[in-house]
Design a protein around this ligand. Structure first.
Ligand SMILES: *Cc1c(COP(=O)(O)O)cnc(C)c1O
Length: 395
């Protein structure tokens, strides 16, 4: 039998060993690790809401009045009004008929994809999609075809060939993200929508990193591009810019009823704690309002400041900026070098990203101060041209 020690040794040899470290957040963008302070560019709390007085107060207030836990799956103990209220808000926010809330974004993908497609159906998935989408696709039993990132020609060809293979009853589901989680770039949404409509396919869009950051009132990329009504499934999480926990799928009524009857992560999992749902609701309201607009402006100001200080190969279209390094060990070294200068930026390695594309993943927050942005840009410049190259470094 394999010993765990041997498996771990192999993981270490490849520079892929991971460790969870004890980290104390002291404010939206600072953490303490072993007594030392760092400015972090690591979180998905893009609007700095996790520490905001508005949200923490909403949480406190909810916790004082609502039960700490849900007791069981909603199909057993029933739906608490706060879950209904959250879902109604999400449906309005995402401009769909209905929405269904789950305990995490992961649970949305791993539970809903297998409920929507099955053996005999097809899933066409962008190569850079998040692990939970891949897992959901695999669990479904549908035939999985992966297209290179944003490769529209390949997607068109796959749609053509699957259309000939699928039965009249069968479904073809295209799956993509709006803002890609490790690259920060955008899906070519108008073209993808055109292609899937022409092929009679369905489209699933994961807006995890777009909501709160992109689109009018932070509604996401679908709304930014005026395509909401043509997207069949909009997935999102309540854990990134919304800064709480949970996930949702927004879609037309019959789809949601079908999921209530067949998504295993909904049926066989305890509903999120009511205070968590209440905090998420407060967060979604905040994101759409003037406070959300103010925080979004601050975030985009920070992004523009960073680009001005350190040229990027393409304009930043989200709060995520990858600095591709290549090998795992090198990404770890760069991350350690930044830590020495007081910046906490994670090294992202296989299997989170493809082999050979290890990177630093810099994520920005509305709560970063100009001096912190400037300091990180300066440190990255030094790191990328250590000999004081005359050539301007860019990422
Ligand atoms: C984080 C993430 C998820 C999972 O969401 P959780 O709420 O953290 O489980 C899903 N999709 C993408 C693209 C993500 O980045």
């Amino acid at each position: 039998m394999r010993r765990p020690e041997d498996e771990l040794a192999l993981i270490r040899e490849q520079g892929l060993y991971r460790q969870d470290r004890l980290v104390r957040p002291t404010n939206p963008v600072e953490i303490q690790v072993e007594g030392q302070s760092f400015v972090q560019f690591a979180a998905n709390d893009y609007l700095g809401l996790a520490h905001s007085p508005e949200l923490t107060e909403a949480y406190r207030e909810a916790a004082a009045h609502l039960p700490a836990g849900s007791g069981a799956s909603r199909l057993i103990t029933g739906t608490h009004p706060i879950h209904r209220e959250l879902e109604e808000e999400l449906a309005v926010f995402k401009q769909t008929e209905r929405a269904l809330a789950f305990s995490s974004g992961y649970a949305v993908a791993s539970g809903c994809l297998p409920a929507l497609v099955r053996k005999g159906d097809f899933i066409l998935l962008d190569k850079l999609c998040h692990a939970c989408l891949i897992d959901g696709a695999r669990l479904s039993g549908a035939t999985l075809r992966v297209f290179p990132h944003n490769d529209l020609d390949k997607l068109a060809r796959l749609l053509d060939s699957t259309r000939d293979q699928v039965s009249p009853e069968g479904r073809i589901l295209v799956v993509t993200e709006s803002v890609f989680s490790m690259d920060g770039d955008l899906a070519s949404l108008p073209e993808i929508v055109e292609l899937k409509d022409r092929a009679g396919a369905l489209l699933w869009l994961d807006e995890a990193h777009a909501v709160g950051v992109v689109g009018p009132q932070g509604r996401g990329l679908a709304e930014e591009m005026g395509l909401t009504s043509r997207i069949d499934f909009q997935m999102g999480t309540l854990s990134k810019a919304a800064a709480v926990s949970g996930g949702y799928l927004a879609a037309a009524g019959p789809w949601i009823d079908l999921l209530v009857n067949s998504a295993r992560s909904f049926i066989f999992s305890t509903a999120p704690p009511p205070p968590v749902a209440a905090a998420a609701l407060a967060s979604i309201r905040l994101i759409q309002g003037p406070a959300g607009d103010a925080r979004r402006s601050a975030l985009w100001r920070n992004l523009r400041q960073f680009e001005a200080a350190l040229p990027t190969s393409r304009p930043l279209t989200s709060a995520i900026c990858p600095v591709i390094v290549g090998e795992s060990e090198e990404a770890l070294q760069r991350s350690a070098a930044l830590r020495e200068r007081g910046y906490w930026v994670p090294a992202i390695r296989f299997p989170t990203v493809p082999r050979g594309s290890a990177r630093l993943r810099v994520s920005f927050s509305a709560a970063h101060q100009p001096a912190q942005i400037e300091g990180l840009a300066r440190s990255l410049r030094d790191l990328l041209s250590p000999d004081g190259d005359r050539q301007e470094p860019s990422i």
